[in-house]
Design a binder for this molecule. Structure first.
Ligand code: ATP
Ligand code: MG
Length: 168
């Protein structure tokens, strides 16, 4: 269905903000910063599946960040794509592991990851969903500095001419 991506992303992030606000003694705190384009970006996606992708990126950003970390979420458009990103100030991913983190069950540093819980399926599923939509998902990360995950989706900017039939 056609979905307003700004609205969906805001909705997902509102939920993560609420978790922190409602928890008296959170195990871990975090701050979410939103840097969104003001223009509404409508994209053809499956809301439930795409929400699952955003949830996983956010859960990872929190899970692999120190207490009090800032997570910066961006949404912008380029000529033919929308680009959504989630940037954390966490552990980062060693360069050698980067090509494999989208593989099923792959987790960096088994001991470290086991302590955090999870199965190693989140990013594999995310990649499937994004590729099904004709998009791409990738990461830019530096060990000890943090990670930024990007998703690009094909996007046809709204044109005023689209309102008019050929005959008019
Ligand atoms: P699941 O999502 O199934 O609960 P998971 O989070 O371990 O488990 P993925 O989301 O697929 O699995 O991530 C794969 C691995 O990539 C993680 O185990 C972790 O080692 C690494 N990783 C993912 N996101 C980040 C991040 N933001 N910072 C550092 N490492 C990350
Ligand atoms: Mg995950």
């Amino acid at each position: 269905e056609m979905v307003n991506l700004n609205e969906l992303f805001n909705y997902v992030l509102d939920r993560f903000d609420m978790i922190i606000e409602q928890d008296d003694q959170p195990k871990k705190t975090y701050t979410i910063k939103r840097e969104f384009t003001k223009r509404d970006l409508w994209v053809e996606i499956d809301t439930d599946r795409f929400t699952q992708v955003l949830d996983n990126l956010m859960n990872n950003a929190i899970k692999y960040s120190p207490d009090g970390g800032v997570i910066t979420c961006r949404l912008l458009e380029t000529h033919n794509n929308v680009i959504l990103s989630v940037a954390d100030q966490g552990l980062g991913i060693p360069r050698a592991d980067i090509p494999r983190i989208f593989d099923r069950f792959y987790r960096v540093d088994k001991a470290r990851s086991r302590a955090q819980g999870g199965t190693g399926l989140g990013l594999a599923i995310s990649r499937e969903v994004v590729q099904m939509l004709g998009g791409r998902i990738w990461v830019d990360s530096r060990e000890g500095r943090g990670s930024t995950f990007y998703i690009s989706l094909p996007y046809k900017p709204y044109e005023e001419e689209d309102l008019w039939d050929e005959d008019n």
